[in-house]
Design a binder for this molecule. Structure first.
Ligand code: TAP
Length: 510
């Protein structure tokens, strides 16, 4: 139901005691949820200049949830200018780093209080299975905010012994400073988590931000905007602009007052963005892009675990997972057994309504994405098409006998499709060469009980993440990001702060 909603906010932002927005209230998942449907600029929810909307569809039943304001180029300009004022003159620029941390902790607490609501919104918007949304999409988002809130007052420079200009003496020190107005552009697979991975580090470093969520899944970002206002994040510090990539995203990459752009998405759009950042004003850029991650399973592994983790490596979050194992290399002696077991387990996966607690596999995120998941080549041993029910459901799929040159072995599916080929233990160099035979380098995995073999593989695989005897084990404290055409610049961990800081070097003579 579309309505006007007023919610209390604690302090900061505009002078009014309440935040008012046009939004939606729904009874779903045995709870009341409400969220804004307007742009969030300078601490207020407002309509777009363009009068354009995004239509938001629930992928589990293809129903329209609501319409959301779609930002225009002039809305982007308005938001960037508000973020610039907030950075240079606002309360944000005056409070101490420790106070900044307290505000981010408060925001995390509010997210925690609303985690069921956020997970429900994520589920209806993106098709994420609710139980997973609660634990990962929302749970890891909250952890990310707390982790970076803790960093705020620990960002420090160094003192450096430089050569003296005799007879005088010199001292050099460095300051780690925020960059200014940052833009963030994120994809649809983990809407709130991708926002959090980038924005928490960005704000902890003291920047202000204009953020564009994916056009198909903007709802948790808008709920997050409401929580920012309620937490008392000063006006203009966080601006959220749902809109199209071609218009709103491009305007952010082109904007001369934006000094840094953090992007997660496809390699193709990453290239466009990097070019635009260079041409407009040489803005700093970090890119988390696609992957086709290899998972190498040796015959001496714990096979039960390899089957379980191998499936999770591919089917987690419906395969809409940037580090999904896009290529499984299974040693020939265990290959047939592995395939048999994987297919038996895959058949047992509970496909259905993502809000049902027993569901393990929900619908694909949106129709255009699902329509791309068509099989070709190789041997299809299970699945390979839509599930016969309403909603964008795709059967978890297994291909064997995949050759390295085939399209499905080279291009990311971003869907629940397992691609298996064999290798021989007689030629480990060969499987490493095949694993590295891609322009991507996001993640990788190895299953073996032989420590030397595991470490040798970890050393030689050219990817930003290597999992040994596990998969998908990301953590807010550990750096995450790819090599080669999977991009550069890390999310998470201390290293992520570097993406949102600049180092100033000060030399004193005395
Ligand atoms: P993209 O099509 O690249 O879209 C990502 C974001 O960029 C969206 O918000 C999109 O807007 C926007 N965009 C599109 N064109 C733009 C332009 N010209 N200028 C500025 N922004 C623009 O990717 P996707 O299909 O949403 O996401 C899937 C891809 O993301 C996969 O390849 C996956 O591997 C990758 N991914 C990587 C990671 C990491 S951490 N490496 C994590 C998740 C996903 P619209 O909403 O209008 O499309």
């Amino acid at each position: 139901e579309f309505c006007q909603i007023a919610v209390m906010k604690s302090r900061g932002g505009s002078d009014a005691a309440d935040i008012v927005y046009d939004g939606v209230e729904m009874d779903v998942n045995k709870m009341k949820i409400k969220f804004p449907t307007q742009l969030f600029i300078n601490g207020e929810f407002i309509d777009s200049d363009s009068g354009k909307f995004l239509t938001i569809v629930n992928p589990s039943d293809e129903s329209v949830i609501c319409k959301v304001q779609s930002a225009s180029v002039s809305d982007v300009d308005k938001a960037v200018k508000a973020a610039k004022v907030a950075f240079e003159e606002g309360e944000w620029s005056k409070i101490s780093a420790r106070e900044r941390g307290q505000l981010l902790f408060k925001l995390a607490d509010l997210m925690e209080q609303h985690k069921e609501e956020l997970a429900t919104i994520e589920s209806i918007d993106s098709g994420a299975v609710y139980t997973l949304a609660l634990k990962t999409h929302i749970g890891m988002s909250i952890e990310t905010w707390r982790y970076f809130a803790g960093w705020c007052d620990k960002i420090q420079g160094s003192t450096i012994p430089v050569s003296h200009a005799r007879p005088n003496r010199n001292l050099t020190l460095t300051r780690r400073e925020p960059i200014g107005v940052c833009a963030l552009i994120t994809p649809w697979n983990y809407p709130l988590m991708m926002l959090s991975w980038k924005m928490a580090a960005c704000l902890a470093a003291g920047n202000t931000v204009v953020m564009k969520p994916a056009a198909v899944c903007p709802l948790t970002a808008l709920k997050f905007a409401e929580l920012c206002a309620r937490a008392g994040i000063p006006r203009g510090v966080v601006n959220i602009l749902p809109g199209s990539g071609a218009l709103c995203g491009q305007a952010l990459a082109d904007h001369p007052l934006v000094r840094k752009l953090g992007f997660t998405g496809s390699t193709e759009i990453g290239q466009t963005i990097m070019k635009s950042c260079a041409v407009s004003n040489m803005k700093k850029v970090s890119l988390e892009l696609g992957g086709k991650s290899p998972l190498i399973i040796f015959e001496d592994c714990d096979l039960d675990k390899a089957v379980r983790n191998g499936m999770a490596a591919v089917f987690f979050n419906k395969g809409e997972n940037c580090i999904a194992a896009g290529r499984l290399f299974v040693e020939e002696r265990i290959h047939d057994d592995f395939v048999r077991r994987v297919v038996a387990e895959t058949k047992k996966m509970a496909i259905g309504d993502p809000l049902h607690r027993g569901t393990s596999h929900g619908p694909q995120n949106h129709k255009a994405h699902m329509d791309k998941l068509i099989e070709e080549g190789a041997t299809l041993v299970y699945g390979g098409g839509r599930v016969d029910r309403k909603g964008f459901y795709f059967t978890p799929t297994v291909f064997t006998d995949v050759q390295d040159h085939m399209y499905i072995a080279k291009e990311e599916s971003f869907g629940p499709i397992m691609i298996i080929s064999k290798f021989s233990s007689k030629n480990i160099d060969d499987v490493i060469r095949r694993a590295n035979g891609t322009e991507y380098g996001l993640a990788s995995g190895v299953f073996t009980r032989d420590v030397s073999r595991a470490l040798a593989a970890a050393e030689r695989v050219d990817a930003g993440t290597v999992f040994i005897n596990t998969y998908n084990k990301t953590d807010v404290a550990a750096p995450f990001g790819g090599f080669k055409q999977s991009g550069f610049g890390k999310d998470l961990g201390q290293e992520a702060l570097n993406e949102y800081l600049k180092t100033k070097c000060i030399t004193i003579e005395y």
